[in-house]
Design a protein around this ligand. Sequence first.
Ligand code: MRU
Length: 356
Amino acid sequence: MRIQGKEYRTIWYEDKIVKIIDQTKLPHQFLIKDLKSVKDAINAIKVMEVRGAPLIGGTAAYGIVLAIQESTEKEFINKNAKELIQSRPTAINLKWAVDRMMKKLSDIDSDQVLDIALNEAKEICDEDEKFCENIGVNGLRIIEEIYNKKKSTVNILTHCNAGWLATINWGTATSPIYHAHKKGIPVHVWIDETRPRNQGANLTSYELNEEEIPNTIIADNTGGILMQRGEVDMCIVGTDRTLSNGDVCNKIGTYLKALAAHDNNVPFYVALPSSTIDWNIKDSKDIPIEERNSEELSHVEGVDENNEVKKVLIYPKKSKAMNLAFDVTPAKYVTGLITERGVSKASSEGLKKLFK
Ligand code: MRU
């Protein structure tokens, strides 16, 4: 998608270097950062220079490529593969991508290993782009249906950033929105600010602005009253891990929005590529929920009148804060899962029909 009129993907490889858009600097600075070693890739995932489930999967895949460039010793690669998987716990795409790379590389001679790793990392990213595009085509039908009934702007609420910045391109939740906009269907997006890291305000609003899609940032607790007033036609969110029974783990606050949608008969859709489905964990209580540094809550960052980035404390100095990064929305509150293969019920039967 576009930034200042130029087409980008979120990650690419050039002359032995992995290039990323540093998302900790957005929306105030657009910086492309070089990842030269596997440690750089691990750090980029940990500090969220890259974030969003599919993109951290893509970065981990390229992390394996960077490891191989440093050494083809099996022990070195295995150790770093483990560290990549541990760099963030909740999004399943990370483990999925590393496992896929390691499976591809098992039993490969060391003189071929780099080429094969590079091809596989590229394949993982190309596939994600294609899957997200398909999610857009499948989700477009839902938006179109609402538009055909309503005959006026379709208001869509989203949470966090499940946009193209969270994937390789297109995004998951935003892909149907981009497709609708390209087709000329009038859409307007309510964007949850998404405290504490403000991925909605800093990233989703930024990327929709760049594509000239009307959007309004709201405080995280505003969605409920907008739904009561009939100002939300549908919600679309992303996910970091969806269980085979349709339970959806996503950015903290998603669950409360799903409850409000349920109470107000607002359809609540979750958009995801199949790489985000965890076919193993059966009970959502077993999903590892990331707890991040409480400083993300107690401090805010922004630019002053001289465009200088400043970070300030907003809480009482002595107060404790707790920063859980994800929650789980039970399948019963999810209207449907928009995947690359079609839209399914959020249930084992629904998912099994699409993914035999
Ligand atoms: O903590 P983040 O910013 O990595 O969390 C991102 C989300 O929760 C997204 O909604 C999810 O990864 C889906 S991305 C297409």
